[in-house]
Design a protein around this ligand. Structure first.
Ligand code: PGA
Length: 252
């Protein structure tokens, strides 16, 4: 039985004081409510160490939003897997559509990043998802397949078992347009199917596949109740404690 996961992707939002307050409110919630789901937050880099301190009880896992494809050295402005590991970070979001769009990340580089993350005991949260034009052209299966194949099929069975996948249709991110539970389930089931074909049914059944794209308290229940949707990667609704903790409660 896969455990549900609620992950908050804060993107480039919040000044330090506000970020700290949000973390403290989530922490208070986690200390006063029992939770059956795994909770992850991905604050911006400068706040990761504070997050490690606030969640020293490990009730919430901490994720970075990106990391370098290089190990160390003269790469101004980059952050390495080793740095993240050395401050206790648990996960790293890789391949978010905003990184693909604004920073030209591609599946080949993401494959390298995923391997580096795993070598440093960081759980990759690998994002895939089609553009609106892909869906309109009926290419949603093909696009997701290519993204999964190129970035994940070169991994060993042991490695792929440690990856979390997030299906994030780009047309649903930050737009208020959520995929219907049926649309999301269809792709989640498809992704699980190609993983079963390449690796094994057992591995496919054990991998968590999150949905991302305008998930909020009022649409989460239906999405999360789909058989192949194991939780959410949440942007906008992870930025306030009330919505985020409601999402955690829905997952329980
Ligand atoms: P959203 O973002 O919930 O604001 O649509 C999701 C994401 O980009 O991970």
């Amino acid at each position: 039985m896969r455990k549900k996961i609620i992950a908050g992707n804060w993107k480039m939002n919040k000044k330090y004081g506000d970020a700290k307050e949000l973390m403290m409110r989530i922490n208070t919630f986690m200390q006063t409510h029992s939770s059956n789901c795994d909770v992850i937050i991905a604050p911006p880099f400068p706040y990761l160490q504070k997050a490690e301190e606030i969640f020293a009880n490990k009730k919430v896992k901490i994720s970075a939003q990106n990391m370098s494809d290089q190990l160390s050295g003269a790469y101004t402005g980059e952050v390495s897997a080793e740095m993240l590991q050395s401050i206790g970070v648990d996960c790293v979001i890789l391949g978010h559509s905003e990184r693909r769009q604004y920073h030209a990340e591609n599946d080949e580089t993401l494959f390298e990043k995923i391997k580096i993350a795993l070598e440093h005991n960081l759980t990759p949260i690998y994002c895939c998802g089609e553009l609106l034009e892909d869906r309109e052209a009926g290419k949603e299966f093909e696009v997701n397949k290519t993204q999964i194949e190129t970035a994940l099929f070169g991994l060993t069975e042991e490695q792929i078992s440690k990856v979390i996948i997030a299906y994030e249709p780009v047309w649903a991110i930050g737009t208020g347009k959520t995929a219907t539970p049926e649309q999301a389930q269809e792709i989640h089931n498809y992704i699980r199917g190609i993983i079963a074909e390449k690796f094994s049914q057992e591995i496919a059944d054990s991998i968590s596949i999150l949905y991302g794209g305008s998930m909020k308290p009022d649409n989460a229940r239906e999405l999360i109740s789909q058989p192949d949707i194991d939780g959410g990667l949440i942007g906008g609704a992870s930025l306030n404690a009330e919505d985020f903790t409601k999402l955690i409660a829905i997952c329980n």
